[in-house]
Design a protein around this ligand. Sequence first.
Ligand code: AMP
Ligand code: MG
Length: 347
Amino acid sequence: MKRKEVVVIIVAVVVLIATAIVLWPRRYEATFYPMGGIPFKIVCYGRNMFQFDGDLSAVEDVVTKLEGVFNRYRKLSEISQLNSSAAVAPVAMSSEFARAFALSQHWYKVSGKAFDPTVGPLVGLWKEAGQSGILPTPYDVQKVKELVGLNGIAISSRDRILFSKQGMSLDFGAIAKGLIVDEAVDALKNRGVGRGVVDAGGDGYAFGDGEFRFGIQDPTAGSGERLLGTVDVMQGAVVTSGNYERYVEIDGKRYSHIIDPRTGYPVENALVSATVIGGDAAGADALATALMVLGVDDGISLLKNLGDFEALFIKKIGTDYEVYASEKLAGRLRLDGEWATRRIEEF
Ligand code: AMP
Ligand code: MG
């Protein structure tokens, strides 16, 4: 064989291998940070490199679009604009906003008002208290609490929303990450992805055949530093709500970022985290926050009424922790390290 022919064959083989690498369907994974510091992880199975590139952009588009709807801390977001004008005149909702509102209404009713999307003014009050270091008086809390409750909101037949009092505000913080994950999953499915996982910093959803293993954040460690263990799930959501990351400190005492809308005060029930397994990500997100408000006993009653969800609670007792888990999780939940030595109370 001439030298030239050898070179041609080598080049052809290299091109073939490179093409196979790019076009061969396999598992792809990527993490990006579109929402502050929250890692947004996407896993797609059976995709080639070009397809996955498109999958990633589709998810990025969804996140960008919905951030512009739900982010209360952006002045020009739909929720910010609506909050600043819906007490003056009815404001039209986008279809995404209307869907979030309808879902929130559902979880408000189901959770006995533990999950309440109108909790905004109380969230603001406690955020300010954290910044100033001064506790609000019971009178302040009572006054602000009067602005909270879905009975203060009217919806017209044309999806227009009206607040009954100046100062009311919506806050989708307890459901928005789940909504974004669900929309990202829809976008992937529409692109033909048959199996995958979307996880926005502890709000995860897996779809397609077979089992998926989710890590559950250790509530006693810093964000993403250590896992408490893992849970194996078929299609569905795994969402954790916790007090370990976001809280304010006033006079040396920690106050949760989750508020009990029924009292007006940050929750104080020894729960450090609640993980919900099942359903869609938005529902699991709302439910996980509701469980944090309700505490273990009322939380278990709610779960038993709902039927379709499993959960894991971590409660702090003095310096120790108690673990409560749905009995259906037996064999699928694996606790690591020190957690493995603790007894699991099944319900
Ligand atoms: P999550 O991390 O999903 O539990 O959501 C917590 C966020 O939801 C908070 O930062 C608030 O913005 C908002 N929030 C706090 N308490 C409640 C509540 N009881 N119901 C609905 N949203 C809440
Ligand atoms: Mg939530």
